[in-house]
Design a binder for this molecule. Structure first.
Ligand code: NAD
Length: 372
């Protein structure tokens, strides 16, 4: 399949930029999916793709996902993403990231980058030497640092909204929550859940992490193969994608699925199946938007309190999704897409009609976001 055919097959992207610098060995692709709501924000992934088509498909898919995530989160951001083709363990250099930073800079704020799989805060620092259009820079430079506590707090809000909707309770006291994954997000989530008095069971393939959480928060532990089928009220996947699939769905005992992991449904039809089983699914990209909210605050001039406060909006966003799902009798995974699409349509339309503050040219976003 030709490159343009591939691009149009994977969405209606506004712009796809191929970045090449022979001297430093840079091969990267930036995909800007939609900027109706604001500049396209999304991380830069460094991955050893098997071939260039695989990299292109990944960046097209991920950038589209960012459009939906930002829109459903209520942020004035569009969706974009970048991929650098290469081995993140052996092929990273200052020159590579600075050359990439120059490409980002050439877009004049239409695309704003951040960390993702295979890239780090140090890499963002190199990019920042060439362009202001980067988030996730170190705190010393006015950055927001690690997004995980904010993501986890948003996940807690998603869990609370789902408990309110499905279990008719305002409190998580005594509510049985099964947490899969005790990494950056899962460990903060367990802390927040323990503070709420939830009855928690955890797992991780890293037994040391399990022990640490059992000791610190007095939670129960189970085997990684058992967690999805734990007898619980709420299942919270915070490790891997595709955990809701043909092999697992019939064995779930939970009443709610709400967690931070990306792409929890193997296929959209698994969202329909959860609905028909009476299990409420709080859509992953609505629930895990706290990290994105955090970097958005970085663009405005960072404040921890404002970022933390913003993550509370995940609660209302989830209630909106549940409401659409009920009114239209559709799965919540589809309702989340409707919420995002509706906002893009309405606000995108307003911006076309009224050239207000939110409709500045991308080149003047420094003023809007207060960044040098
Ligand atoms: P992480 O790598 O820090 O943690 C993942 C944890 O899951 C690790 O402790 C790992 O040992 C464990 N794990 C892996 N396979 C497992 C299995 N089969 N069973 C049980 N545990 C297993 O990652 P993270 O940053 O905490 O992210 C977790 C998920 O949330 C990912 O899907 C990520 O894409 C998503 N997410 C993270 C953020 C963020 O701010 N970090 C934001 C949005 C979405």
């Amino acid at each position: 399949m030709g490159t343009f055919e591939l691009i149009s097959k994977h969405g209606d992207h506004e712009e796809v930029i191929f970045c090449h610098d022979k001297t430093v060995g840079l091969k990267a692709i930036i995909a800007i999916h939609n900027t109706s709501l604001g500049p396209a924000l999304g991380g830069t992934r460094m991955w050893n793709y098997k071939n260039e088509d695989e990299a292109l498909i990944d960046v097209l898919r991920l950038s589209k996902g960012m459009t939906y995530k930002a829109a459903a989160a209520g942020l004035n951001l569009g969706g974009g993403k970048a991929v650098i083709i290469g081995d993140s363990k052996t092929q990273k250099t200052e020159g590579l990231f600075r050359a990439f930073g120059q490409f980002v800079n050439s877009l004049n704020g239409k695309y704003i980058t951040a960390e993702d799989v295979g890239t780090s805060e140090t890499d963002m620092e190199y990019i920042y030497m060439e362009t202001p259009w980067v988030t996730g820079i170190p705190k010393d430079f006015g950055g927001s640092g690690d997004p995980s506590p904010y993501t986890a707090h948003g996940v807690l809000m998603g869990i609370k909204a789902a408990a309110f909707e499905q279990l008719k309770t305002d409190s998580l006291k005594g509510i049985r929550v099964a947490v899969q994954g005790l990494g950056n997000v899962g460990s903060h989530l367990v802390k927040y859940l323990a503070q709420e008095g939830a009855d928690i069971v955890v797992t991780d393939i890293d037994q040391q992490r399990v022990k640490m959480h059992v000791d610190q928060y007095k939670v129960k532990a189970t085997h990684p193969d058992e967690i999805l089928f734990a007898d619980c009220d709420i299942l919270s996947p915070n490790a891997l994608g595709a955990v809701i699939n043909d092999n697992t769905i019939n064995k779930l005992k939970c009443k709610v699925v709400a967690g931070g992991a990306n792409n929890q449904l193997l296929e959209p039809r698994h969202g329909d199946e959860l609905k028909s089983k009476g299990i409420l699914y709080a859509p992953d990209y609505v629930v895990n938007a706290g990290g994105l909210m955090n970097v958005f605050v970085e663009l405005e001039g960072y404040s921890h309190d404002r970022a933390f406060d913003k993550t509370k909006r995940v609660y209302d966003n989830c209630l909106k999704v549940f409401d659409i799902a009920k009114k239209e009798n559709i799965g919540t995974h589809l309702a989340a897409d409707r919420l995002a699409e509706q906002r893009i349509k309405t606000i995108g339309h307003l911006k076309q009609r009224h050239p207000g503050k939110s409709n500045r040219a991308f080149g003047t976003l420094k003023e809007v976001f207060n960044r040098d």
